[in-house]
Write a protein that binds this ligand. Structure first.
Ligand SMILES: O=c1[nH]c(=O)c2[nH]c(=O)[nH]c2[nH]1
Length: 310
């Protein structure tokens, strides 16, 4: 309470773009059967960073216009960029933890922080090299598909040391279209039901997946042995979608969740947000019934969520 009011405040800098070149390569990753990914050179380590600062010490700025404790968000942006230069690790989560710890160390009046990062994905460019094509080591093409995210909450323990109080990692923005091998039948029918049963439908989903580790040491260890790369999670989800003939998106995300928790014992929880973007059939070939044309459905879309914990 202050001035008779109770309050809840935070402030910070959003979407600080960071393009670090020649970061430390990601190595030591354990292979999984669903993915060819075992590391990346991190030649271009690009992300957008949000810093959100919590602390009652900032209330005088709101109440009295007293900015004496206010770290300018412009300074925060500079802090983020300098940390990106000195970071010696190889992961998004590691960078956020390094940044968060150093912010709390530098500013004793910051009580707690949320630091979040969004990968700015770039793909390798194939270039001719000795009669074959190889990935350029210097040229990267900005990709606008799915990308990794992470959010870390840091607080202080009784001795004022920074501690990681919460975290969430993810891969968001997948858009996957499976042309055959999905059904949606035997659902509840009443006077509102107009949807026909489909033994085989073209299933188009937008998908976000999130995960939490049981022990944060597995996320942050420098050997990366138990680190879960977002690339492997994405490849595992794609493999399950490819292989599994689902009865619904609910059925599909549950299968994905089980596979993730089986494959990565270091994870405590996985969660999904899936949008049903399935298209409506418009025309079928009279020569080959596999050949069909679909178009956009009514613009509202189904939303399916799942959280799976141990
Ligand atoms: O996989 C699906 N789950 C649903 O709950 C649903 N509802 C709907 O109309 N189509 C679908 N598809």
């Amino acid at each position: 309470m202050s001035g008779g009011y109770s309050f809840d405040i935070s402030y910070g800098k959003m979407r600080v773009p960071v393009y670090r070149v020649y970061a430390t390569p990601l190595e030591g990753i354990s292979a999984i059967p669903e993915s060819a990914f075992t590391g990346r050179p991190n030649t271009l380590f690009a992300l957008e960073v949000d810093v959100e600062v919590f602390g009652r010490n900032f209330f005088p700025a709101y109440e009295k216009g007293d900015n004496s404790n206010v770290v300018a968000t412009d300074s925060m942006k500079n802090f983020v960029l300098r940390q990106a230069l000195s970071y010696e690790g190889a992961t998004l989560e590691g960078f956020l933890e390094y940044l968060g710890r150093n912010l709390l160390a530098a500013y004793s009046h910051m009580e707690a922080l949320r630091v979040s990062g969004r990968e700015l994905p770039f793909h390798y460019v194939p270039v001719p090299h000795q009669e074959r094509f190889e990935q350029s080591e210097v040229l990267f093409s900005r990709a606008h598909g799915d990308y990794a995210v992470a959010s870390l909450d840091l607080a202080r323990d009784e001795q004022q040391h920074p501690t990681l109080s919460n975290h969430r990692c993810g891969q968001v923005g997948l858009e996957l279209f499976k042309v055959t091998g999905s059904s949606f039948t035997r659902f509840y029918r009443d006077e509102y039901t107009t949807l026909p049963e489909r033994e085989d439908r073209p299933l188009f989903i937008y998908l976000d997946v999130f995960w939490k580790y049981g022990e944060v040491a597995d996320m942050l260890a420098a050997d990366h042995q138990r680190y879960v790369p977002a690339e492997q999670v994405r490849d595992l989800l794609q493999t399950v979608f490819h292989e599994f003939v689902s009865e619904s998106i609910q059925h599909l995300v549950y299968e994905m969740g089980k596979r993730l928790l089986d494959r990565f014992p270091q994870l405590a929880e996985v969660s999904f947000e899936a949008q049903n973007r399935t298209r409506d059939p418009m025309a079928v070939s009279s020569v080959d019934e596999r050949v069909k044309v679909y178009s956009d459905p009514f613009p509202a879309y189904g939303l399916i969520k799942l959280t799976l914990s141990r």
